[in-house]
Ligand binder design. Structure first.
Ligand SMILES: O=C(O)CCCc1cccc(C(=O)O)c1C(=O)O
Length: 320
């Protein structure tokens, strides 16, 4: 968040860093200063205009209203408010008009990282030809599970190269040189919460409860950036050429689709960048009007902090 605010020269007058007792007292750099981390409490939001929440659903559930009551607009990066009918779920390139609805409750929800990159890529196709069905498989980096998960991938990799025991704390199984089809918790129907988030959030963001969607979310031994294989069925026929032409002009999208030149989106290239990269575009003739896409984005930037700051930029531009 701090890095994105600084990079984009967001007009911060005062930055207040709030966290638990465990983190209080630390100093973090911003704007050429070392900002102290303060303990979050109900009085933390006096004179705050915008409160960016990214401390877990329970913290948002407990403190978002206190921020709103103090006069702030909350942009919440957790899942707590996403499916609340009274709260807009926003990806600026897709449904920025929904930001106007924040006035009702004073809270705007940031979608799940895997949902964000998918709707950035699919919204232009939805507008051009309609979408009836989406089948998505994700290849999610360990950074989505936090710093300790990234450290675990590194430690396991080193251990394996040194014929040492592998320790599994952040994931149920070894993640190094492995794929784990388990992100967030399992539900009784066998889906994970991550997969259900992608289905429900996509329908809300595209404002279309009829789209048939199914997802399989997989953790892969990649440090940063999420990759997605997306099969989409459009209402009217789009050729692969049509899709390329549409996406070439799409906001937030960078087309990277030259397979003969070995050029297609890669997690290692997307990391640190703002764009949602789309490639491997091809027609799927196993169904009527089918298209396959490969979509990659930095899950910590567009998947989280960048999307939240873009919402804040619209707030101060259009709703100050
Ligand atoms: O693991 C990943 O690659 C993405 C998971 C992101 C995430 C992690 C813990 C809690 C929540 C949550 O807010 O429920 C979320 C979320 O949906 O944003």
């Amino acid at each position: 968040m701090r890095k994105i605010l600084a990079e984009r020269l967001f007009p911060v007058d005062t930055l207040r860093l709030l966290a638990s007792e465990r983190s209080a007292g630390q100093r973090l750099a911003f704007g050429g200063r070392q900002i102290p981390v303060e303990v979050l409490d109900d009085d933390s939001f006096e004179d705050i205009d915008i409160a960016l929440f990214s401390a877990g659903s329970s913290v948002s559930a407990r403190y978002a209203q206190a921020a709103v009551d103090a006069g702030a607009v909350v942009i919440d990066n957790t899942s707590h408010f996403r499916m609340d009918d009274e709260i807009p779920l926003v990806v600026p390139e897709v449904n920025a008009y929904k930001i106007a609805d924040h006035a009702h409750r004073g809270i705007i929800a940031n979608p799940n990282c895997s949902t964000i990159q998918m709707v950035v890529a699919l919204k232009p196709l939805y507008d051009a030809a309609g979408i009836t069905r989406i089948v998505v498989s994700t290849y999610q980096s360990v950074s989505g599970a936090g710093r300790r998960a990234m450290e675990e991938l590194g430690k396991q990799t080193a251990a394996l190269f040194n014929s040492q025991e592998v320790e599994c704390e952040q994931f149920p199984h070894q993640i190094a040189f492995n794929c784990i089809p388990h992100i967030d918790s399992f539900l009784p129907d066998g889906y994970t919460k991550e997969e259900v988030k992608m289905v429900q959030e996509t329908r809300k963001i595209l404002d279309d409860p009829e789209i048939r969607i199914t997802a399989t979310a997989v953790r892969v031994p990649v440090f940063c950036s999420h990759s997605e294989s997306i099969n989409v069925e459009t209402r009217t026929k789009l050729s692969a050429g049509d899709v390329r032409a549409i996406l070439r002009e799409a906001p937030g999208v960078l087309l990277q689709d030259d397979p003969q030149g070995n050029d297609y989106p890669l997690a290692t290239q997307a990391t640190g960048k703002d764009a949602t990269y789309v490639g491997r575009i091809r027609e799927d003739d196993s169904v009527e009007n089918g298209i396959n896409l490969w979509v990659v984005a930095d899950n910590l930037r567009k998947g989280a902090a960048l999307n939240a700051v873009q919402i804040a930029e619209i707030l101060i531009r259009d709703y100050h």
